[in-house]
Design a protein around this ligand. Structure first.
Ligand code: CA
Length: 228
């Protein structure tokens, strides 16, 4: 069963989301507060995607995201943001979210976003076995893990997919559109900024010197490249 958690304190919005996801074939778990969401995720460890509202009584959506990510890198996380919260989108992605949806959103858009993350988190893609070794990095495509100098680096599924794309294309300039299509899916309604924010977060995890990246380099006006 495809299981999704919806954290939203406003009952009318939550109801709208829940109805549409159930129509889309999802088993939906509802939470009104961050504390309740964390508790329900503990009871339902097989939840593959979480939708997190930001403004909540008690702990906010960012804190919920941070706490989920502390123990769970596999789950897909989408932040629900208001149109005015431009900065919040970035903050949310930096705390470990994979994506954000801006309110108000259409049922089709929401379902498409959840479907795309579900495919990623659920690992429905064909899993080739083996390793890609590019010292100091070792990517294990069977376990979907990355090591740097023999130390495991904790990655979200989206971060893993980005690194995999880079390591499969060493030295090749990849456009932001190409990365978005490959990692998030071709039918995805996302903005290109999501690529930049995920890469910024990835650099914090893998670069020796974030201010002078040597692994993921910027190709100005185009995109990114693996290596100098
Ligand atoms: Ca709210």
């Amino acid at each position: 069963m495809k299981k999704v958690l919806v954290l939203e304190d406003e009952a009318s919005i939550r109801g709208f989301i829940v109805i549409n996801l159930r129509r889309g074939g999802y088993d939906v778990i509802e939470a009104e507060s961050g504390e309740e969401a964390l508790e329900k995720l503990r009871d339902h460890p097989d939840t593959q995607v979480a939708l997190l509202d930001i403004m909540l009584p008690g702990i906010d959506g960012f804190e919920v995201c941070r706490r989920i990510r502390a123990t769970n890198t596999r789950i897909g996380i989408i932040m629900l943001t208001a149109r005015s919260q431009e900065m919040d989108k970035v903050t949310g992605l930096m705390t470990g979210a994979d994506d954000y949806v801006t309110k108000p959103f259409s049922p089709a858009e929401l379902t498409a976003r959840v479907d795309a993350l579900f495919r990623r988190a659920g690992g429905e893609e064909t899993v080739p076995t083996g390793e890609i070794s590019q010292p100091p990095f070792l990517l294990n495509t069977r376990n979907r893990t990355l090591e740097k100098n023999g130390e495991r680096i904790k990655l979200t599924q989206v971060e893993y997919s980005i690194v995999k794309m880079f390591m499969e294309n060493p030295g090749k300039a990849l456009s932001r559109e190409e990365i978005l299509d490959t990692v998030w899916g071709r039918d995805y309604f996302a903005e290109l900024k999501i690529v930049d924010v995920n890469i910024r977060r990835l650099r914090l995890k893998i670069e020796d010197d974030v201010t002078n990246p040597g692994y993921i380099t910027t190709v100005w006006g185009f995109g990114y490249k693996w290596g100098l």
